[in-house]
Write a protein that binds this ligand. Sequence first.
Ligand SMILES: Cc1cc2nc3c(=O)[nH]c(=O)nc-3n(C[C@H](O)[C@H](O)[C@H](O)COP(=O)(O)O)c2cc1C
Length: 314
Amino acid sequence: MKYYFAPLEGLTNYVYRNIHAEYFGKLDKYFTPFLSPNQNKKFSTREKNDILPENNIGLNVVPQLLTNNSEHFIWACNEIEKMGYTEVNLNLGCPSGTVVAKKKGSGFLTELDKLDNFLDDIYSKTDINISIKTRLGRYSPDEFEEILNIFNKYPIYELTIHPRVQTDFYRNPVNKQAFYKYFESVKAPVCYNGDIFKASDCKIENVNAVMLGRGLIANPFLVSCIKGENVFDKQIVKDFHDKLYRVYKEKLSGDIPVLHKMKEIWFYMNVLFSADETIWKKLRKTKNLKEYEMLINSIFSYDLNENAAYIGLK
Ligand SMILES: Cc1cc2nc3c(=O)[nH]c(=O)nc-3n(C[C@H](O)[C@H](O)[C@H](O)COP(=O)(O)O)c2cc1C
């Protein structure tokens, strides 16, 4: 089984992925949060930093692109290939209202003629391996039959399926039944993604690759747990935390952006500690690093919760 880190905008940037790999072991692939190529033909500073080879040494990183414009996609592929990458990923899953309104991400899944033309263009005019991350449709998993007929026309390097539709966002249960209904008909190698929060969630039959997101932020030992390794060690989490915190303090200016980053991680990772709710409440509210550091000391005075599992949006 291969294990991939899902792209999570705001969370799995190059800082996080490098430090996670250092303390919890390297995964087989790391997908970047989406980059949005546009008519400017220029990546933003944040986007560039995230894919610079010197910021990703020793990691198998796959830049992800979000666009419905094949010219912009092809421009980005060329830039990414020049940097030495061998794979890019197309985002056909993002459920966000603003993205979907522009017919990008999962919003592109209702524009089947346009999607077909787009795929025809990008697969015929680039040399790089193009994988796709998709949902089953916009409103109903039945839409996937037609979507898959289109996908199967192209040499998709790997197809990651998140078995929800756009209107599910991340809320409704994943539809494994629909995943298996279509699984055999997919020509490309398939990767499963969605709601793997504990080792037993990872029993996805006949699949050779899984992509983990929120579960792995919540419990950074999750892949080791799935592999049956007994690795829970509070000191590793402390060292991981401290390095992440130190690097964010170096790279970001001002307390608030640093706190914002750390709070986003704790939104998921709180399950790893049995600290009581008053501490988490204070952590969510704190506006300065001194108080944050005091709270961190309290949090780390608790034992690790070895049954830690993210259990869905709160
Ligand atoms: C905060 C957040 C940001 C995300 N950003 C991206 C993204 O940039 N690109 C993408 O394809 N999916 C993105 N996703 C979706 C995840 O990659 C993944 O498909 C989803 O969280 C389900 O997997 P999980 O249950 O293992 O978390 C995001 C999800 C969350 C919660």
